[in-house]
Design a protein around this ligand. Structure first.
Ligand code: SF4
Length: 294
């Protein structure tokens, strides 16, 4: 390696990065089931949104399902960290499945809020991504409107019979996007109560990216995480909104394919569901490519 080149190329690691407490908790719950010798373990959706984690559990005999058709009565069904709707919970009970709930308590809190406001006669609007398991679980709590973009706010119907209007959010959104939605909703519903449910782990990881770019002048941010991980994708978007290039990579080996010849200051982070070992591999590859840890 040419030392004169490597000394000019710096690598900044975001702090914090990687597993949040909700992900650690969900994986520990599955680990405990395996250690207890439980058989016929099914997980509804990905336990967390990371393909390495999911494939590792598959190799140990855990099955992943997106319906409850396959598990026989008496099987274990584990709810992922993203939570499920009350309807699915009832269906699992009616099929005599043994339920283990690995829903992150911060997601459960959003469910509770949604139910409380609906019971109090409020209209509830949820700002989240359509099709994401967390969104499906919250929408299943009752008659809730979904908005994913500012334009959706204009299309919401008037509901004059409601006592008040409340907005809740997906836990893994970014603050900038939520603020845009809030402004659009306030135009439609001036008295709306807006509650951001972005969790501490999401906020802290996004803030760490802003710090890398703002204070350390990082030009290019590598995010290690799976393409279907909402929080990992948001980290890329935060980087781009701060003026840096951001790229989401699932397998650290893909870094070798990147053209980084013009990059002097690179940053790296990992989504809340990305194992630390993948970040360590990525750092090693970047070191080999001439980037010294700052
Ligand atoms: S990202 Fe936040 S809400 Fe999701 S599992 Fe982690 S702590 Fe819980």
């Amino acid at each position: 390696m040419d030392k004169s080149v490597s000394s000019e190329k710096k690598l900044f690691v975001a702090d914090p990065h990687g597993f949040c407490n909700g992900v650690k908790r969900a994986l520990k719950i599955v680990e405990d089931l395996l250690e207890q010798g439980a058989v016929d373990i099914y997980i509804y959706n990905d336990i967390v949104h990371n393909s390495f984690v999911v494939n590792g559990l598959k190799e140990r005999g855990v099955k992943f399902v997106t319906t409850l058709d396959e598990p026989a009565p008496g099987s274990h069904i584990v709810w992922s960290a993203h939570g499920v709707s009350p309807e699915l919970e009832a269906l699992a009970r009616s099929r005599a499945l043994q339920i283990t709930d690995a829903t992150c308590p911060l997601v459960s809190r959003v469910h509770e809020l949604a139910k409380q406001y609906l019971q109090a006669g409020a209209r509830v609007i949820f700002a989240g991504h359509a099709g994401h398991p967390e969104t499906d679980g919250v929408l299943g709590c009752g008659n809730i409107d979904l908005v994913g973009r500012e334009e959706d706010c204009e299309k919401l119907p008037e509901l004059s019979d409601r006592k008040k209007t409340v907005m809740l959010t997906q836990t893994t959104w970014c603050q900038e996007d939520v603020e845009k939605i809030i402004r659009a909703l306030q135009k439609r519903f001036p008295d709306i109560e807006c509650i951001s449910n972005i969790c501490y782990a999401t906020s802290e990881r996004q803030q760490a990216v802003r710090t890398l770019i703002g204070q350390h002048k990082v030009e290019y941010l590598v995010v290690i995480g799976s393409a279907h991980s909402s929080n990992a994708r948001r980290l890329c978007e935060v980087a781009q909104s701060c003026g840096s290039r951001g790229i989401l990579i699932n397998d650290p080996g893909e870094i070798r394919q990147l053209d980084l010849t013009e990059v002097a200051r690179i940053g790296i982070t990992a989504g809340a569901s990305t194992p630390e070992i993948l970040l360590e591999k990525a750092i090693k590859i970047l070191n080999d490519m001439g980037f010294e840890n700052a």
